[in-house]
Design a protein around this ligand. Structure first.
Ligand SMILES: Nc1nc2c(c(=O)[nH]1)N[C@H]1C(S)=C(S)[C@@H](COP(=O)(O)O)O[C@H]1N2
Ligand SMILES: [Mo]
Length: 266
């Protein structure tokens, strides 16, 4: 007995035809927009030059530069990410972290040429709150995007009056000579410590954080307060900060003593 042959389904034919038509239309649209982009680019590229750049581009660059300078001044920013990209980083490095720390009795000790002061967590939280979503990059080769909330170290330093020779707020652009050239931070037991140059310490993205990804900092991530220094490798983002000092001499640094680059920028 002969099996009836299965006829080619007209439905399949129809699908194939429509797909071909869609692809043709896709190419037509792609081609049209490519031509439009090319025409736009030709127009931009043939405008008279302003300092070596066609003027429309120069305007865009100037606008970017103005926005950039308003926020970052002379500083180079670390890239920012959408908050939705945030993940919880692994706990990495527990040197100096004391899980028995009495958080209520904890104070942040700040010292500089003019003396010393101590701050409660509430006082740190009273400083302008800054949120940022940046990358925590470990020298071990991994990185994770984290949303941090905290106070800028530069705001605390300026409020303390201890980071400048004059006692005035930090102004790295107009009075760099007044600013103490270095900052050091350490855990309360001083077992882990980092050093930062003024440009790193007083960078607008260098935060004293009390929140990670919208929640209070966990003890192993550095509660009650930790540094986040996104322009540097993670080794500088000291967890459980207990003291900060503004110094003339380059401070000691835990990982620099063990062979890593003191600046640890990336
Ligand atoms: N007190 C303290 N802070 C520390 C460390 C540490 O060992 N002790 N390790 C650093 C390193 S190498 C990295 S990559 C980050 C990791 O932060 P996380 O544990 O929140 O992911 O913390 C930094 N801060
Ligand atoms: Mo790290």
């Amino acid at each position: 007995m002969k099996m009836p042959s299965v006829p080619e389904s007209p439905a399949d034919d129809e699908v194939a035809r429509r797909l071909r038509a869609m692809t043709r239309r896709g190419f037509a649209w792609g081609g049209a927009s490519a031509l439009a982009a090319l025409a736009a680019w030709r127009w931009v590229a043939t405008r008279p030059n302003d300092q070596g750049v066609p003027w429309p581009l120069r305007r865009v660059l100037e606008f970017d530069e103005r926005v950039h300078r308003a926020v970052f001044g002379p500083f180079k920013p670390a890239p920012a990410f959408p908050a939705s990209a945030s993940r919880t980083p692994r706990v990495n490095g527990r040197i100096g972290i004391d899980l028995g720390l009495n958080v209520d009795a904890w104070r942040l000790k700040v010292a500089g040429p003019g003396g010393s002061k101590s701050y409660t967590l509430a006082e740190v939280k009273a400083l302008p709150r800054v949120e940022m979503t940046t990358e925590l990059k470990c020298i071990e080769g991994w990185s994770v995007v984290v949303t941090w909330a905290g106070a800028r170290l530069t705001d605390l330093a300026s409020a303390s009056g201890l980071a400048t020779r004059s006692g005035r707020p930090i102004d790295l652009r107009d009075s760099p000579g007044d600013v103490m050239p270095f900052a050091s931070a350490a855990t309360p037991n001083a077992a882990y410590y980092v050093g930062l140059e003024a440009d790193g310490a007083f960078h607008p993205q260098t935060l004293l954080c009390y929140e990670m990804n919208g929640r209070p900092l966990e003890p192993l991530h550095g509660a009650p307060l930790r540094l986040a220094v996104p322009i540097k490798y993670g080794i500088k983002s000291l967890k459980q900060v207990g003291s900060i000092a503004f110094t003339e001499a380059r401070p000691i640094d835990y990982w620099a003593e063990r062979g890593y680059d003191w600046f640890a920028g990336h």
